[in-house]
Each structure stands twice: as C-alpha cells, then as structure tokens.
Unconditional design. Structure first.
Length: 86
C-alpha cells in the first residue's frame, strides 16, 4: 500500500485523512463529517496506521469532491462557483 499525504479513507461512519507522512510516523485526523472538518488529531507509527486502514476504503479525489458537491450548503448549492471572480 502506498501512503500519500491528504489521502482520505472511509472506515465505517468515520473519515480518516492522512495529514503528515514521515518515515516511520503518520499524523492523521479522524472526522465524522468531511465538510466541517471537526475531529481529532492522532500521531501513530506507520505500522499502526496501516493496521487501522486495513479494512478501510481509500477514497479517490473524485469521490471526495462528490461528497463536497452533494452536500447541502455547498458553494454550488448557493449559486457560487470556484471559478467565479465576483
């Protein structure tokens, strides 16, 4: 398994985002809602992290974008777009 910063994993009702990747350690944030970003930070060894995400599903960037897009109150729902210069 290739670990990269900012990967998002879905484990049950929780999302795990890899915040910082070092040679032997990983910092990640566990959240229940990707939109609010409220959650807890954790600092574990790579081995512990790999055990944690063993049964989790790695989300692609497109899947994460879909979660943001399909959420109520997203920028698109409010008539705003990321490309808007206003």
């Amino acid at each position: 398994m290739k670990l990269l910063q900012n990967q998002v994993w879905k484990l049950g009702d929780q999302y795990i985002r890899l915040v910082q990747l070092e040679r032997l350690e990983v910092q990640y944030k566990a959240v229940t809602n990707l939109l609010t970003g409220e959650g807890t930070h954790h600092h574990v060894s790579k081995k512990e992290f790999c055990r944690l995400v063993k049964d989790a599903t790695l989300l692609t960037h497109e899947e994460v974008r879909e979660i943001w897009k399909d959420s109520p109150g997203s920028a698109e729902d409010e008539g705003l777009s990321a490309n808007s210069a206003d």
